[in-house]
Design a binder for this molecule. Structure first.
Ligand code: C2E
Ligand code: CA
Ligand code: CA
Ligand code: CA
Length: 275
């Protein structure tokens, strides 16, 4: 029996080694990717249900590795956060998104995902302001999408950075609302411009009364707090009708458009309304 246990232990060890090796290899490739220009942004339209127009686009990061092929952000962003590589990558995302958006019509906004790790130092506001100045983009056309994890930092550094940026006109959205560490208190501690309702509630709303009630509650919360509410992951006309009836102000999802490469954005916007 003793010998069996030793054998199990060996298998366990080598499994761990394998995982560690795979992570280190991914980290090495990730560090190289920025210098080798393997990253790209795609832009997904956000549709205003009231005006019937696209009012902005969310920048989403893509990594096309020459050896791995396309790697999903869900796979590499967590590792980029753990290792701190997210900071230079995030700066590249901000600068590229601002530069691209400066070439769009001037009533169209760009939303950029900013990870909690990027808030750990005060330099973030300098980076954002410098990306705006270099691109010439009006600060009111930039939206930062943050998740509730940003609000967890006890020293309040993130809150200070957000307040400073918002004073210059930059907008702030609360992403993936309803998942994670949700607390309604966060809605009181900062005047968000938008609440983004997580896709799990939106798509679940077709099958489940519970999800429907949650979407309705968040939409009316937004209404009462003067915040826009975006339903994410809208894939069908049925989803769209449900969230529209629930009182959401915007929708985003494959029904309106898949994320677009930058060279297709202007043509898409020129077509005007969708559907
Ligand atoms: P997210 O911010 O919640 O972005 C929405 C995700 O849902 C995107 O996945 C988008 O492609 C996908 N999506 C949009 N509409 C639909 C739909 O109708 N159906 C379905 N099934 N999916 C839809 P993506 O691009 O794979 O990004 C995944 C996550 O990676 C993002 O979730 C965000 O948390 C993170 N991420 C992406 N780009 C960046 C970035 O530049 N910086 C940081 N820090 N995180 C990023
Ligand atoms: Ca987002
Ligand atoms: Ca989201
Ligand atoms: Ca997410």
């Amino acid at each position: 029996a003793k010998q069996d246990r030793a054998a199990d232990y060996c298998i366990f060890e080598s499994g761990m080694d394998q995982t560690m090796r795979a992570r280190r290899a991914l980290e090495t490739d990730l560090r190289r990717a920025l210098a080798l220009r393997e990253f790209a942004l795609v832009y997904q339209p956000q549709f205003d249900l009231q005006s019937g127009r696209v009012t902005g686009l969310e920048a989403l990061l893509r990594w096309n590795s020459p050896t791995r092929g396309p790697v999903s952000p869900m796979e590499f962003i967590p590792l980029a956060e753990e290792t701190g590589i997210i900071s230079p990558i995030g700066e590249w995302v901000l600068r590229t998104a601002c530069r691209d958006a400066a070439g769009w019509p001037d009533d169209i906004t760009v939303a950029v995902n900013v990870s909690a790790v990027q808030f750990a130092n005060r330099a973030l506001s300098t980076t954002v302001l410098s990306a705006l100045a270099d691109s010439g983009l009006d600060p009111r056309r930039l939206e930062l999408e943050i998740t509730e994890s940003v609000m967890l930092d006890a020293r309040g550094t993130a809150l200070g950075v957000l307040q400073r940026l918002r004073a210059t006109g930059v907008r702030v959205s609360l992403d993936d609302f309803g998942t994670g560490y949700s607390s309604l208190g966060y809605l009181r501690s900062f005047p968000f411009d938008k609440i983004k309702i997580d896709q799990s509630f939106v798509r679940g709303a077709s099958e489940d009364r519970g999800n429907r009630a949650i979407v309705r509650a968040i939409a009316s919360l937004g209404q009462n707090l003067g915040m826009a509410t975006v339903a994410e992951g809208v894939e069908t006309t049925e989803h769209m009708e449900r969230v529209s009836t629930a009182g959401c102000t915007h929708v985003q999802g494959y029904l309106i458009s898949r994320p677009l490469p930058p060279e297709q954005v202007r043509a898409f916007l020129a077509r005007g309304t969708v559907a």
